[in-house]
Write a protein that binds this ligand. Structure first.
Ligand code: SF4
Ligand code: SF4
Length: 135
């Protein structure tokens, strides 16, 4: 995929939408990498959590919405706990998934999940919802 970075994209509409949906200040990130070094899913990701933030800063919408990383984040909050700038990346991942789905992308349908994974899914899904909603 050819990547184009321009002044129009940086701090553009995409960044504003992500900040509005997530409630996070994306430009507060100074790329220390503490989030990525603690992420338990990092090895499976095609973009590390700090790279996701950088891509949002640069307005690289197409690349982000096509990445598998946004569908792999399990909202464990490890990155949030480690971030010196108080950025909750799980909320940014949520915003990006929401934007991808609004564009017609839905990475995993229930029928495509291997049964062994599905057996483990409810517990993980429940923990994720409880953590996110503070229930
Ligand atoms: S830990 Fe926070 S400041 Fe550091 S790279 Fe990750 S999001 Fe940015
Ligand atoms: S919330 Fe997502 S990005 Fe952050 S450490 Fe957990 S899995 Fe990784």
């Amino acid at each position: 995929m050819r990547t184009e970075i321009s002044a129009r994209k940086v701090k553009g509409e995409f960044l504003h939408q992500v900040e509005e949906l997530s409630g996070q200040s994306v430009w507060a990130c100074y790329q220390c990498g503490c989030c990525s070094s603690g992420c338990p899913i990092a090895e499976e990701m095609d973009l590390l959590p700090n790279q996701v933030i950088r891509y949002v800063q640069l307005g690289m919408e197409e690349e982000l919405l096509a990445s598998k990383t946004i569908w792999l984040c399990v909202s464990c909050f490890q990155c949030f706990a480690r971030c010196p700038r108080g950025i909750d990346i799980s909320k940014i991942m949520d915003a990006l998934r929401q934007m991808a789905m609004a564009g017609g992308v839905d990475r995993f349908g229930p029928g495509e999940i291997p049964s062994a994974e599905l057996a483990r899914a409810p517990q993980q899904a429940l923990v994720t919802v409880v953590r996110k909603l503070g229930a």
